[in-house]
Write a protein that binds this ligand. Structure first.
Ligand SMILES: [Zn+2]
Ligand SMILES: [Zn+2]
Length: 351
């Protein structure tokens, strides 16, 4: 993976300038509303085409287009004049540097991501924009893991919608060529009894399954342990997502870790060949250090994931890498350093 995108210089296409601004805002955790202005402006420009764009820049009527406002029209006009837009320049200077210090070599060795969302569930961008940004960052593969039906607040996908999404994933793979693969996946809810929130027939069609607890996080330790053990032993499950459910900072506030017998859960992960996710989101930092150390001692595999809900957040894996390197996780036990074929063979032993 590339550690840092090369800063853009003039001349730059207006849509490229807007995309890069959105990317930089997202990786630096700007609010969705601020980022959306730039993402929507890209959409608006794609609809009007080059000739109309030129005419409107000339006439100063860009802001008449739905989806283009004051700050976005300034960026477009500057780019159209052949300048580096001032807003982009200041973002590149102020927040274009590395997200984490430490773990850079591991970050460079990552090839994929087992946990990310598109606007089909609660992500902010379409699948193709996630893929395009992923390729720019040097990913060789990514698993698209939108939410499962129970998570209605996150617009979880029913069997019907996920079936439609799989056809789109096929089409994207036909379009991107050999150097990149988008795998079919899901972030499936682990139900109260440890069952999975999707039909087995549907799960069987996927390349990789990340399973996470999103409900009843305050369950007592014994039933929570039983619930998680059942899920990670399920042969359909490949990655255990953000295992403690904790939130350590950020706009959603703080949330303590769920109570469970971590040793029992990680031993089950080892037995079921399920990787323990190192969730890179700064508000999660999940699992905490001592649990990564425990999983390491038990012999588990790990998956350093972004849990990105926007393209720029794919870069947050830098935080997970800093933690994994500091805690001495061997690279070969991190499935996201594996190439696409090895990852696929591991996740689909019977295929
Ligand atoms: Zn989740
Ligand atoms: Zn997620």
């Amino acid at each position: 993976m590339v550690a840092l995108l090369t800063p853009l210089e003039a001349p730059v296409e207006p849509t490229e300038a807007l995309r890069r601004i959105a990317f930089l805002l997202e990786r630096n955790r700007a609010g969705t509303y601020r980022v959306e202005a730039f993402r929507n402006a890209v959409k608006a420009l794609k609809e009007i085409g080059d000739d109309e764009l030129e005419e409107r820049v000339e006439a100063g009527t860009l802001q008449e287009i739905h989806g283009i406002g004051k700050s976005t029209s300034a960026v477009v006009e500057e780019a159209a004049r052949g300048e580096l837009p001032a807003y982009l320049e200041s973002l590149q200077d102020k927040s274009g540097g590395p997200l984490a210090s430490g773990g850079e070599d591991l970050y460079a060795a990552l090839r994929g991501d087992c946990h990310l969302h598109s606007d089909w569930s609660d992500g902010g961008s379409p699948i193709d924009e996630m893929v395009l940004t992923g390729i720019e960052l040097g990913h060789e593969w990514m698993v698209l893991t939108d939410h499962s039906p129970q998570l209605r607040v996150a617009n979880g996908l029913t069997v019907e919608r996920l079936t439609k999404q799989l056809a789109i994933v096929d089409a994207i793979n036909r379009g991107v060529g050999e150097a990149f693969r988008l795998f079919k996946g899901i972030e499936v809810d682990i139900l109260d009894d440890g069952a999975l929130d999707q039909t087995d027939a549907m799960l069987a069609q996927l390349d990789l399954v990340t399973a996470s607890v999103h409900s009843k996080l305050r369950m007592n330790s014994a039933p929570m342990t039983k619930r998680m053990v059942a899920a990670v032993l399920n042969p359909r499950v490949n990655v255990l997502g953000h295992c403690t459910g904790r939130l350590v900072e950020g706009s959603r506030g703080k949330r303590p870790q769920s109570d469970f017998d971590a040793r029992a859960v990680f031993e089950a992960c080892l037995e079921g060949d399920t990787a323990v996710e190192i969730n890179s989101r700064p508000e999660r930092q999940d699992p905490p250090d001592e649990l990564i150390e425990l999983a390491l001692e038990i012999g588990c595999l790990f998956s350093i994931d972004s849990d990105a809900h926007a393209p720029g957040q794919l870069d947050m894996k830098a935080y997970g890498c800093e933690r994994a390197e500091r805690l001495g996780v061997p690279w070969d036990r991190i499935v996201t350093t594996w190439d696409a074929d090895r990852l696929h063979a591991w996740a689909n032993p019977s295929r």
